[in-house]
Design a protein around this ligand. Structure first.
Ligand SMILES: Cc1cc2nc3c(=O)[nH]c(=O)nc-3n(C[C@H](O)[C@H](O)[C@H](O)COP(=O)(O)OP(=O)(O)OC[C@H]3O[C@@H](n4cnc5c(N)ncnc54)[C@H](O)[C@@H]3O)c2cc1C
Length: 560
């Protein structure tokens, strides 16, 4: 389920492992429109000396504020280069050095140059590469524009999915011996986000409601450099290539916060530094509130055109600015969900038959803060692993029977009718509830959090849920009913928001991206542990904690 980088990589791995298998790849949009396509900066992997696996592992673990599971990180850093070379063999047009080797660039929180890239359209080229490769496999069948609404579970096993063909509205099931969720992030829960409109956390919510825990949902990444108006991402590669940030006084203010790394500090720390400067009155003032300047003028047009052409294009088109002659206005923006469906290093969830990979999953490498350029390799490494594990496990499993499934399809058809399409007495509009949810999350669950703010969020979320129960849809048609799709996505967003808020309220410490004003220090004694949020029938999730796995890097103070 999912036609982004993780989903397609998983489909290829499954199809390759057993050419006789039937693999269905389901996506609510045409695969090339998945959010992966908008990734800009690049993909981290240890390609050559002086880099080392231990270097990549340590940077990732320190970046995670020691919440990463170190055994999984060790697997990840060893697999990432193999995946990058595999991409090369499949035709990915990586940017190159004059001698032909794949180029690498510096990235935030990485102690050496290890981010390979395809100019500043890395995600576009990577997604193209796996998509075109997937077309070679006769045993991969695509169901594009198919919206999945629930998982089929029987005796605690996942046996397929139910959803509808968006063209006809027809509800149908896909019975399967294994289901891999690769449904991406849920950034749209926030108003100001870099995420595409489809990033609503559907897979996370489906797994959650089916009883699988969501892990570490309080950790939401804010990227320091979003375009103030639209939230379009200004890639970290801008800073990697030598761009710097200045405040209203023209000062490189990061000297006060990350003196040794400056612009190449990790995202959580730089975002907090920017907000702190805004609060001290040192932000520049604009139509959309405070911002900072991101300056690349000193790089000159040759470097900008070769390495950051897309940034020049975006800033020109959306802000009317030429980055060769003007600094770029930027402000912190919601960007990535560290939390996700609980999996192990092979993509297995606690539910037999169910796997997850990519941004919707949490295999344990990102902890409390992901390092930039670790997500694309994560999609490749764990997408491939999940594909192989699913095939391996499915071998001894009987194909699900059609009897109970036919009943479930009927039930789901009735639910969509009763709760959505057929509801004529409601008063609430999807768009309004969604906007209020997004604004509330921006206000109460942002870069800095407080107990009081989070309690307000709990209260307001309950009100939003009440309003959701009084929903009214105007569009009762079956063909491309975008109002219905948006309503179903909103249901998923409300569940996602609930796990974020409750997990954040319960974690009374500051770690990585989770900065509590009322608990400013990290507390390893109590919270060197993953939060697991379980769905309940009651008002809020049940939270459990699982200790972090440490191999060779003991937690230290995290300074840069
Ligand atoms: C603007 C931007 C720039 C980024 N730049 C970088 C970068 O330079 N380097 C880096 O490492 N990371 C980057 N990231 C993060 C990274 O790109 C993402 O985490 C990653 O691409 C997610 O891939 P995915 O395969 O998990 O999900 P996605 O690419 O989001 O794909 C999700 C898929 O699931 C399908 N789906 C979802 N719900 C349903 C449903 N209900 N029914 C059917 N199908 C469904 C969708 O159709 C889609 O095909 C960036 C992210 C953003 C937003």
């Amino acid at each position: 389920m999912g036609g982004g980088l993780a989903g397609i990589r998983a489909a290829i791995a499954a199809a390759e492992t057993d050419p006789k298998l039937r693999v269905a790849m389901v996506s609510k949009v045409y695969p090339m429109r998945s959010h992966t396509v908008s990734a800009e900066g690049g993909c981290a992997a240890v390609l050559r000396e002086p880099d080392s696996f231990d270097g990549h592992a340590f940077d990732t673990i320190k970046g995670s504020d020691y919440l990463a599971d170190q055994d999984v990180v060790e697997v990840f850093v060893r697999e990432a280069p193999l995946e990058v070379i595999q991409m090369e063999h499949w035709g990915c047009p990586w940017s190159r050095e004059p001698d032909g080797r794949i180029s690498v660039r510096p990235f935030g929180g990485m102690t050496t140059w290890r981010t390979c890239f395809a100019a500043d359209k890395s995600g576009f080229h990577m997604l193209h590469t796996v998509f075109q490769t997937s077309l070679q496999f006769a045993n991969i069948e695509r169901l594009d524009e198919f919206f999945v609404t629930s998982l089929i579970t029987e005796d605690g096993r996942c046996e397929g999915v139910i959803g509808f063909d968006m063209r006809s509205g027809e509800v149908r099931s896909l019975a399967a011996r294994a289901v891999i969720l690769a449904t991406g992030g849920n950034g749209r829960i926030y108003a100001f986000t870099t995420n595409g409109a489809i990033c609503t956390g559907d897979g996370m919510a489906l797994a959650y409601r089916a009883g699988v825990p969501l892990k570490d949902m309080e950790f939401v990444q804010f990227h320091p450099t979003g375009m103030p108006s639209t939230g379009i991402l200004i890639t970290e590669a801008v800073r990697g290539e030598g761009g710097y940030l200045t405040n209203a006084e023209g000062e490189r203010f990061l000297e006060r916060y990350v003196p040794n790394k400056m612009e190449l500090g990790p995202r959580d720390i730089i975002s907090r530094a920017m907000v702190t400067e805004f609060e001290a009155g040192r932000g520049l003032k604009g139509e959309y509130g405070d911002y900072m300047n991101l300056d690349v003028r000193h790089l000159g047009s040759e470097v900008i055109n070769r390495k950051l052409p897309f940034m020049r294009e975006l800033m020109g088109e959306y802000m009317g600015i030429d980055i060769v002659t003007d600094p770029m206005p930027v402000r912190p923006v919601e960007h990535y969900m560290m939390g996700g469906i609980d999996t192990d290093a092979s993509g297995r969830t606690p539910m037999p038959g169910l796997y997850a990979a990519g941004e919707c999953a949490n295999a344990g490498i990102n902890g409390a803060n992901r390092l930039g350029s670790n997500s694309l390799p994560e999609c490749l490494v764990f997408g491939a692993a999940a594909g192989r594990a699913a095939v391996h496990d499915a071998r001894g499993v009987k194909a699900p029977g059609s009897n109970p499934i036919a009943g479930l399809v009927k039930d789901e058809t009735r639910r969509i009718e009763a709760d959505f399409l057929g509801r004529s007495s409601g008063t609430e509009r999807v768009g309004e509830i969604r906007e209020d949810l997004q604004k509330m999350m921006d206000a109460q669950v942002g870069v800095f959090r407080t107990g009081d703010g989070l309690k307000t969020a709990v209260k307001e979320l309950a009100e939003l849920r009440d309003r959701f129960a009084r929903l009214k849809l105007d569009d009762h048609s079956r063909t491309f009913n975008t109002e219905l799709v948006t309503a179903l996505e909103l249901e998923n967003m409300l569940d996602g928001a609930e796990t974020i808020i409750e997990s954040a309220l319960a974690r009374q410490e500051s770690r990585g991206s989770h900065a509590r004003r009322d608990f400013p220090d990290r507390n390893d004694e109590k919270y060197l542990a993953h939060t697991l949020a379980y769905h309940t029938r009651g008002a809020k999730p049940r939270l459990e904690y699982r200790p972090v796995r440490i191999t060779q890097w003991q937690p230290q103070a995290r300074s840069y």
